[in-house]
Design a protein around this ligand. Structure first.
Ligand SMILES: Nc1nc2c(ncn2[C@@H]2O[C@H](COP(=O)(O)OP(=O)(O)OP(=O)(O)O)[C@@H](O)[C@H]2O)c(=O)[nH]1
Ligand SMILES: [Mg+2]
Length: 199
């Protein structure tokens, strides 16, 4: 049976609500890598692993809408960081789980969601977050929709750090040290050129 039929529904969100300062303010998800925008790589990889896709972006909404998925802007703060995007997506989605990925890591693996979902099942935690063997990768996480109000309270206290919200909720940490290339993160024009050469 298909993995999607065996588990609760999952909305996938591509977080693309940042300012791309290290890219000189150019919306990095919309930059091309081998003729294809970075966000398209992410959407194509994540799409088959989830039931619904949404894009979280605060600028260039019309361009994002061309991918055919709902585009939602942050409902909290003003470029207050990735947790604001996660809160926005949790509020928007009615599915039991939200799969969060960033817009600037185009090499995500085909079994990312499956492995994080196993982390949830094995731990009974409401969050599973990826670890690359050296450090936590907090924008690669599977989060239960039950945590919507916990996150709202956390943000209202003025806190913005993903890591400490995960600790507060006893997130399960899932080891991806065997697949760490997926966390390659394109923040600068040099990063983009280097990956283009590698592919
Ligand atoms: N929704 C939302 N997402 C954000 C925000 N800031 C960063 N992100 C997302 O979080 C992920 C990691 O962001 P970074 O690469 O660290 O930051 P960035 O703002 O995109 O780029 P820099 O300005 O160069 O740091 C990316 O997918 C960003 O789009 C924000 O204020 N709101
Ligand atoms: Mg980044």
């Amino acid at each position: 049976m298909n993995a999607l039929e065996n588990r609760p529904k999952i909305t996938g969100v591509v977080l693309s609500g940042g300012l791309s300062r290290r890219m000189g303010g150019q919306e990095k998800a919309l930059l091309k890598l081998k003729g294809k925008t970075m966000i398209r790589y992410t959407l194509e990889k994540l799409g088959p692993q989830v039931n619904t896709l949404i894009i979280n972006a605060n600028q260039h909404t019309e361009q994002y809408q061309q991918y055919g998925y709902p585009v939602i802007g942050d409902q909290f703060g003003n470029f207050d960081g990735p947790l604001a995007g996660i809160y926005t997506a949790l509020s928007y989605s009615n599915d039991p789980f939200l799969m969060v990925v960033p817009c600037d890591s185009p090499l995500i693996s085909d079994n990312l969601v499956e492995r994080l979902y196993s982390g949830i099942c094995n731990s009974k935690s409401l969050i599973a977050v990826a670890h690359d063997g050296e450090r936590l990768q907090p924008v690669f996480a599977l989060i239960s929709n039950q945590l919507n109000s916990s996150l709202e309270s956390y943000l209202k206290t003025g806190q913005r750090k993903l890591d400490s919200w995960y600790v507060e909720n006893r997130a399960a940490i899932v080891d991806f040290s065997d697949a760490k290339e997926m966390f390659l993160n394109i923040n600068t024009a040099e990063d983009l050129v280097a990956l283009e050469k590698k592919l």
